[in-house]
Design a protein around this ligand. Structure first.
Ligand SMILES: NC(=O)c1ccc[n+]([C@@H]2O[C@H](COP(=O)([O-])OP(=O)(O)OC[C@H]3O[C@@H](n4cnc5c(N)ncnc54)[C@H](OP(=O)(O)O)[C@@H]3O)[C@@H](O)[C@H]2O)c1
Length: 312
């Protein structure tokens, strides 16, 4: 019988790609879905559905029951308050870890955190991702666990970076961060493959790993513009968005979100993340531990994402 992996966040961007990859790797997949979840990303994947929520311990116990591994990919990536980020990204982790350590045998546990956790003072999101890691380390006891910290992840179906890349593909590159900022990136299928490698190896326990696409020193905005220019074979015009303008926009967006009740992406905290100068990381430790290596360069990933092209 195939082994059961329990995956949260499968209805989201990263979890959707991960579930597709796990299916081809032969795992029996169990996913946690909310009643409100849109299930489009699960189309064509044979998965057992557990209806529940990170806020509901009973559903989490059913979710992890006799699973060999748990991959916790659900998270709040946009929101208007610290309380909301903490509820999902801290208390949600704590509850799922509690359910997992109560299982016999105890499953392996992989937390998809974020590189943002490296800079917890920048935003409520970053702080919640760091605290989520900490509650795993404390509550996990002797359970074999690992934390993955991806940088910005892009690929088909992404709602955060893709709109920006689409503007660039049309010839206009809004440059949101500082010209000196450097950042790593990761194509979503490489992240999915990293998870599959960790699951199939099982050697690297109780460690935190950063992941990137293998580009030493990461990218500047101008590197990204150059890559899109070469893909288009036409000029892309960089348009620097002044910090002040972004800050005002973010403050207005946050106020509107609190008034109307939607979950904003652009907030003052997100602007601080965007303007942070160093989001560079590297995957050396994870590569050594698992044998995984990233395969998709930014050029190739953008070709696939924007133009539907295949790997060159
Ligand atoms: N995207 C990136 O660039 C990036 C980079 C680094 C790390 N990450 C991390 O990767 C993870 C996934 O991000 P994403 O970009 O795929 O986000 P996403 O598309 O917004 O997906 C979030 C997923 O979490 C689920 N979820 C949220 N709150 C939940 C709750 N209370 N109970 C159960 N499920 C809940 C959502 O379910 P519904 O469908 O029901 O809403 C959805 O499946 C997050 O933990 C994020 O911090 C993302």
């Amino acid at each position: 019988m195939s082994r059961v992996v329990a995956v949260t966040g499968a209805t989201g961007f990263i979890g959707g790609a991960l579930t597709q990859r796990l299916a081809t790797a032969g795992w029996r997949i169990r996913v946690l879905v909310r009643l409100s979840s849109s299930r489009g990303r699960l189309a064509g994947v044979a998965a057992d559905l557990v209806v529940g929520d990170l806020g509901d311990l009973d559903s989490l116990r059913r979710f992890v029951y006799q699973a060999e591994a748990v991959v916790h990919c659900a998270g709040a990536v946009r929101g208007a308050s610290k309380a909301y980020f903490d509820r999902v990204n801290v208390e949600g982790v704590a509850r799922l870890v509690h359910a997992a350590v109560g299982e016999h045998p105890v499953p392996r546990f992989l937390l998809i955190s974020s590189l943002a956790a490296r800079e917890p003072t920048l935003s409520a999101y970053a702080a919640s991702k760091r605290r989520g890691e900490e509650v795993l380390a404390v509550g996990g006891g002797t359970m074999p666990w690992a934390v993955l910290r991806p940088p910005a992840v892009y690929g088909p179906g992404d709602r955060e970076l893709l709109p920006l890349f689409r503007w660039m593909a049309r010839g206009i590159a809004p440059v949101l961060g500082s010209g000196n900022a450097r950042f790593s990136l990761l194509y979503v299928e490489d992240l999915a493959e990293a998870v599959v490698r960790w699951l199939s190896g099982g050697t690297a326990v109780q460690r935190t790993f950063e992941l990137d696409d293998g580009r030493p020193g990461g990218y500047t905005w101008s590197d990204v513009v150059d890559i899109v220019t070469s893909l288009r074979s036409r000029r892309v015009i960089p348009v620097r968005v002044p910090a002040f303008f972004l800050e005002v926009l973010a403050a207005l967006n946050l106020a509107a979100a609190r008034m109307i009740g939607y979950k904003p992406m652009l907030t003052p905290g997100k602007v601080r993340e965007l303007r942070h100068l160093n989001w560079v990381c590297d995957s050396a430790a994870f590569m050594e531990a698992t044998g995984w290596s990233p395969e998709v360069s930014l050029e190739d990933g953008l070709r696939r994402t924007l133009l539907g092209g295949r790997r060159s």
